[in-house]
Design a protein around this ligand. Sequence first.
Ligand code: SF4
Length: 326
Amino acid sequence: MMDGSDSMLLEVNDLQMHYPVRSRSWFAKPDYVRAVDGVSFSIAKGETLGLIGESGCGKSSVGRSLLRLITPTAGKVRLEDVNILDLSKREMRDRRREMQIIFQDPFSSLDPRLTAEQIVSEPLVNFKVAKGRELSRRIEELFDQVGLQKQHLKRFPHEFSGGQRQRLGIARAMALNPRFVVCDEAVSALDVSVQAQIINLLMDLQEQLGLSYLFISHDLAVVEHISDRVAVMYLGKIVEIADCHSILQNPQHPYTQALVSAVPRRHPSQKKEKIILKGDLPSATNPPKGCRFHTRCPMAMERCSTVEPIIKRFSDDHAVACHLID
Ligand code: SF4
């Protein structure tokens, strides 16, 4: 994994997010959903880290914890030299300018009563960044950057197509010149051709503005197009993290191998036999002992059900949590 050099923008250490759930009886200890259970990674300036895993594995909780949209149970999230989990609400509000999020469903994240112009101007007005002519000029610039036109300014969210709405969500996220953006399933609700356009737009903006992304998705075929590195998450933990090429060409964890085998390939030489995993993702309230993946792992050994594997360096920038690489 990467070290804490000057090029590092974000460093996450042992992040935990445990949600309390109602106990079965008054006398029982409270139960917790351990949605995120000790996650560590770093993201360099201008880098995209893909975060991949099934629905319910905790990846969205990671993204929201980084921006303190939810309050993590424990851990550290350092944006350069500041642990944002130590900041007061007021200090955090100022930091939010640097950290933004793009959601899966812009329809529910954009206020339907506001015009596109009002939606994009809101953060600029709230943070007193611009007003009057300067505000109009900045909004037009943002519309231009995301591929929307002047005639879209007075439209309401329901008057846009899904792709245009996501462009609007991106313009709003970019309004305050952030340095770090969480893209939480940002293209999952779009048609494949529109997905490609939005991914290209995100990559162009990254190049122009030097942004860093955490790109969260359940779809490795999408993640591979935009990510420099990929972290694979299973039931609240990262089980493998490496550069994108190593994840796709040389996956080490059996769960990653199953995800890679499911990515459709056009060229026959790249096609792999699909690995079908048995069963569903177990409950994060009561995760399996030992390796959390052992109930579904085709390679499970005896000790996998009792001894939890810790994440270890496999090669330079490639780490895996599996007894097979001990
Ligand atoms: Fe499978 Fe065991 Fe490796 Fe877990 S530790 S992924 S159960 S082989």
